[in-house]
Ligand binder design. Structure first.
Ligand code: GCO
Length: 462
């Protein structure tokens, strides 16, 4: 079996470095009746939105099998589990609290704590309740205020027993992919719902997501002063399709539009200069004080990393991504490009010397897994992890403060517009029977994690 290894002086073996596995609510939970309808339920019911015409009604049936899942997590030897809370499992449309939903998460976190596993809780991983969307969703400024109320309910109940809280996961996806590109829920708005300007919608959603973060964070900090508080952003280095000046400019524009747009307001209280190049009716509405508020102190920045992206210019001076090519592609069509992690983090650190400590909150890969004699031989996935662990080590050696690494994902799950066609898990799910099986990659992680030097045990006082 292929092994995962690090040299014994690696920064990833320092006593405080956290290894974890990650999931998100809509992708695994099932139990459709235990929560309010969300935008992904609605989206899944529209024609031709999801590759295999599936939905999240059952997913991995995690609500049913959560005890078994906790045992699996514990068996891996990880330090932490990153999960997200479904807003609509905790809040009802009338603003009251769904206590049963809140209890579910509370019990789950207690069971993890009993096994010595810390939790990283993300409050928003894209499953906006439909009752919020019906009021305009992330295009409506009020949604940001309601997010802060919801955050207060969750953090008020879970408090300091959660090690770290993230407000929002990947606002790029919830803004750009959703309201602008329209390939994620809620999808493109009919023209009657707005001015019909998709770029404006994307920017406006982004602004309200960042505002939601900014409004919630101080309230969360007050309720859980011992926990860490931050946000999770996704980054992809933007490369030019050719050496031409125009393509290089396109890649720079894409970098500002897709990467910096979400980080710069948080660290410097302003959007990239690119904002000024947008026409008046493409710019988001920003109220006085919004950008100052966005500079909330961050205990950490969560970074999700999967691949790089290549861009070329378009005739109107904008950018378009070029699909990845070559032999080294995953079933998502993404290029395996571990050096991109080191590249983007060193670039960000150079641009923003005040970059907070980083957790890699997601990194992983989808491949076609075959079950053969009850075994899933995914050496290719083990190689992927090895290469990315090496990249994390390179980042640490380059002076970036990285505090942890989370595998995406604990288990195969609902991969958004790709439905169940993409398997990202280290645990295989049989979506008919619900059966869980450790892939060889999970066993490689087990071996690696259990053989770490036992410096984590606090020394006995004498
Ligand atoms: C993401 C999401 C995950 C995806 C993963 C693979 O943050 O994009 O957090 O939900 O499943 O990234 O696409």
């Amino acid at each position: 079996m292929t092994k995962l290894q690090l040299n014994k002086n690696s920064g990833l073996l320092s006593p405080d470095f956290i290894f974890g596995v990650a999931t998100s609510s809509f992708q695994i939970e099932g139990d459709r009746n235990g929560r309010a309808t969300c935008i992904w339920d609605t989206f899944c019911r529209q024609n031709d939105r999801i590759k295999d015409a599936s939905n999240g009604d059952s997913a991995c049936e995690h609500v049913k099998y959560w005890r078994q899942d906790v045992e699996i997590i514990a068996s891996l030897g990880v330090d932490a589990y990153r999960l997200s809370i479904a807003w609509g499992r905790v809040m009802n449309a009338d603003g009251s609290v769904n206590q049963a939903g809140l209890n579910f998460y509370s019990r789950l976190i207690d069971a993890l704590l009993e096994r010595g596993i810390k939790t990283h809780v993300t409050l928003y991983h894209w499953d906006l309740p439909q009752f919020e969307e019906d009021q305009g969703g992330w295009l409506n400024r009020d949604t940001a205020y309601r997010f802060a109320d919801y955050a207060e309910v969750v953090v008020g109940a879970l408090g300091n027993k959660v090690e770290s809280y993230s407000t929002i996961n990947e606002p790029f996806c919830s803004a750009y992919l959703s309201y602008e590109a329209g390939i994620h829920a809620p999808g493109p708005y009919p023209v009657s719902h707005d001015s019909g300007n998709r770029r404006k919608n994307g920017r406006q959603a982004a602004h309200h997501l960042l505002l939601a973060h900014a409004l919630a964070l101080p309230r969360m900090r007050k309720l859980a002063p011992a926990s860490e508080h931050g946000i999770v952003l996704n980054f992809s280095p933007c490369h030019a399709a050719s050496d031409s000046m125009a393509d290089r400019t396109a890649a720079e524009t894409a970098h500002a539009y897709h990467n910096l747009w979400y980080l710069q307001p948080l660290l410097q209280g302003r959007y990239p200069e690119l904002l000024k190049q947008l026409s008046d009716n493409e710019q988001p509405d920003i109220e006085d004080g919004d950008l100052e508020l966005m500079q909330q102190p961050l205990d950490f920045l969560g970074v999700n990393y999967y691949t790089r992206t290549t861009f070329r210019e378009t005739p109107d001076g904008w950018f378009k991504d070029v699909p990845a090519q070559g032999d080294n592609l995953t079933t998502m069509g993404w290029e395996v490009y571990p050096q991109g992690l080191t590249e983007i983090l060193t670039q960000l650190k150079k641009t923003y010397p005040t970059l907070p400590p980083v957790y890699i909150t997601e990194n992983g890969v989808a491949y076609d897994d075959v079950v053969c004699h009850n075994k899933i031989n995914d050496d290719n996935r083990i190689d992927f992890f090895q290469q990315h662990l090496n990249a994390v080590e390179d980042c640490i050696n380059a002076g970036i403060d990285i505090k942890g690494y989370y595998i995406w994902s604990l288990m195969d799950n609902f991969e958004w517009a790709e439905g169940y066609t993409q398997r990202f898990g280290i645990v295989h799910i049989d979506f008919d029977s619900g059966q869980r099986r450790l892939k060889e990659s999970a066993k490689a992680w087990q071996q690696f994690l259990h053989s770490r030097p036992m410096i984590k045990v606090p020394a006995e006082s004498c």
